[in-house]
Design a protein around this ligand. Sequence first.
Ligand SMILES: Nc1ncnc2c1ncn2[C@@H]1O[C@H](COP(=O)(O)OP(=O)(O)OP(=O)(O)O)[C@@H](O)[C@H]1O
Length: 316
Amino acid sequence: MDNSAGDHSAGTGVVAAGIRRSFGSVEAVRRMDFTAPAGEVTALIGPNGSGKTTLLLILASLLAPDAGSVRINGYDPVANPLEVRAGIGWMPDTLGTWGSLTAREILVTVAGLYGIERSVAGVRAAGLLETVHLTDFADKPARVFSRGQQQRLSLARALIHDPSVLLLDEPASGLDPGSRVDLRALLRRLADEGKTVVVSSHVLSELDEMVDGAVFVARGETVKTQSLADAGAQERWYSIRSLNTGSLLRQVDELRIPYRQRGGADRPEVQVRLAGETAAAQLLRSLVQADVAVTAFAPAGGALEETYMSLDADRR
Ligand SMILES: Nc1ncnc2c1ncn2[C@@H]1O[C@H](COP(=O)(O)OP(=O)(O)OP(=O)(O)O)[C@@H](O)[C@H]1O
């Protein structure tokens, strides 16, 4: 098979294997494998300096790997950078832009670089400014934009040529809560339309509600790949509150379920370690049957956070 021949319409997503990249003596990416299927939102998660931005730059064809193979909708970014760039929307963690141009001018100019006709570009720019709630700022120069407004303009810029693959580096950073909710909904919609969405972030609780799968990296290596369906089934802490903590503790003890106590005297909380959602449902049923007055029962943290912390614990 000729791997250099790709097809944007097929939308086969992103596949990277055995990626390595050093900067002098710094091995930014030592061994990373990464897959993001079309029609899904895939998170790239890892601590500061773990190599996320370096990997995203490689996927975006902006940096060549020292070793390994990358396919974006079937195209190799090193051999076919033009085809790859035509199909990719790239949102860097900070927007480098022309401060004296207005938001609308920036979008129309970038559209021109992608060969989009001016009249079409104007319509697309207006639509995207509306999508990211910047219509009121459309004709203001980018240099007066706040960090969050810049992020939203950067997102609109990444979408101007209707790419089939979106690579977003920390897109929620600097966004206010309302804009974060909008971003989540937008990325979900784009994935549902069949696009491949890759998002790196530190805000794990937000990713939980948005992503279909996650790739965890640390020290330049892929350490785990997880689908959100797996995440729900994993062993994790659940937090329980009751009108009578004493009877809750007696019941948990009787069932021989490992637990720990959290919260202060005024808001006591019992956390139990459970094998997954089925075990959680069973425990809740037995507590109610035993007349324990349960007022709250939920996972103690997000599924991705749980995985992240367990990987972090393994490292120590
Ligand atoms: N151009 C460069 N020259 C030298 N070292 C670099 C360069 N780019 C990245 N690095 C180093 O490579 C490592 C990985 O950096 P990278 O920016 O990919 O991490 P990251 O996971 O995106 O981090 P963060 O979460 O802080 O954004 C870091 O140790 C960084 O200092």
